[in-house]
Design a protein around this ligand. Structure first.
Ligand code: BTN
Length: 267
């Protein structure tokens, strides 16, 4: 297994300029939280394998050795904390653009999944660490199923998830893809960090949305509701219309969105 080496491809100035590499780790998000205080902004923790990879809403994230990109970026934006949750959209747009740079077309399932052929190839988990006097750090954890084989997915995942290798029918260069994600992330993140400007990421999330116009199930807390997705507003919220005619703007943290039968089966 070749160790990750992105020197030939990295053009970003601060995202990925410092990388902490692990063969095996519990979770890169956990490690990034441990070192966030001392680390420079843009420091990345990456691991060949995670033994306790974390997904959203308390789920596990399957992270087999040497087959994916499992990494976390440490960020220290100065914007209001409510704004910082939008960083997930920057991550999704950056992964979409990086895949496009590699010649791979994909879609975005708001707010944090990248989807190809109706199946998930990438998930993003954004977490925050609060410090005294209201300051905070952000950890954006990105998991990309790059060269996973059929047998890496359990029965449950097989219907919902796939890898780039499985859709392309050939291995994908992890070094190139990793660098392209970091390069694109920095380009999208700088206007946000400096001015809270997230327009380009939202534009990409709209253009490549797999949800807009679709009927979906919205699962949050103990309730499940059916709604039609109308769009994504300028704040990055998902606008949905319920069957009773009411509309609502959903924040990314609070819900899980599914197709009518399964992950994104009807899309
Ligand atoms: C999801 O779709 O539920 C989010 C998945 C996020 C997975 C990544 S892999 C790198 C980072 N470390 C973790 O433990 N989780 C994130």
């Amino acid at each position: 297994m070749k160790k990750i080496d992105i020197r030939d491809y990295l053009t970003a100035n601060f995202i990925g300029r410092s990388i902490e590499y692990h063969e095996t780790i519990t979770s890169t998000n956990i490690r990034a939280k441990e070192i966030a205080r001392e680390a420079d902004e843009g420091t990345v923790v990456i691991a060949e394998e995670q033994t306790m990879g974390k997904g959203r809403l308390g789920r596990n994230w399957t992270s087999p050795k040497g087959k994916g990109l499992w990494f976390s970026i440490i960020l220290k934006p100065k914007v209001k904390v409510e704004e910082a949750t939008k960083i997930t959209l920057i991550g999704a747009a950056a992964v979409y653009k990086a895949l496009k740079d590699m010649g791979i077309e994909s879609y975005i399932k708001w707010p944090n999944d990248i989807v190809i052929d109706g199946k998930k190839v990438c998930g993003i988990l954004t977490e925050m660490i609060f410090r005294d006097k209201g300051s905070y750090f952000v950890i954006i954890g990105i998991g990309i199923n790059v060269n996973l084989d059929e047998e890496d997915f359990n029965e449950d995942l097989k219907n919902k998830a796939t890898s780039l290798k499985l859709v392309r029918r050939s291995e994908v260069d992890r070094n190139k893809l990793f660098a392209y994600v970091l390069n694109n992330f920095e380009i999208l993140y700088i206007p946000f960090k400096e001015k809270g400007d997230i327009r380009e990421a939202i534009e990409i999330s709209r253009e490549r949305s797999i949800l807009i116009g679709k009927e979906v199930r919205i699962i949050g807390g103990n309730r499940e509701k059916t709604a039609r997705v109308l769009g994504i507003d300028n704040e990055g919220q998902l606008i949905v219309k319920y069957r009773d005619g009411k509309t609502e703007a959903l924040f990314s943290g609070e819900v899980s969105i599914r197709g009518m039968e399964g992950y994104m089966d009807n899309c």
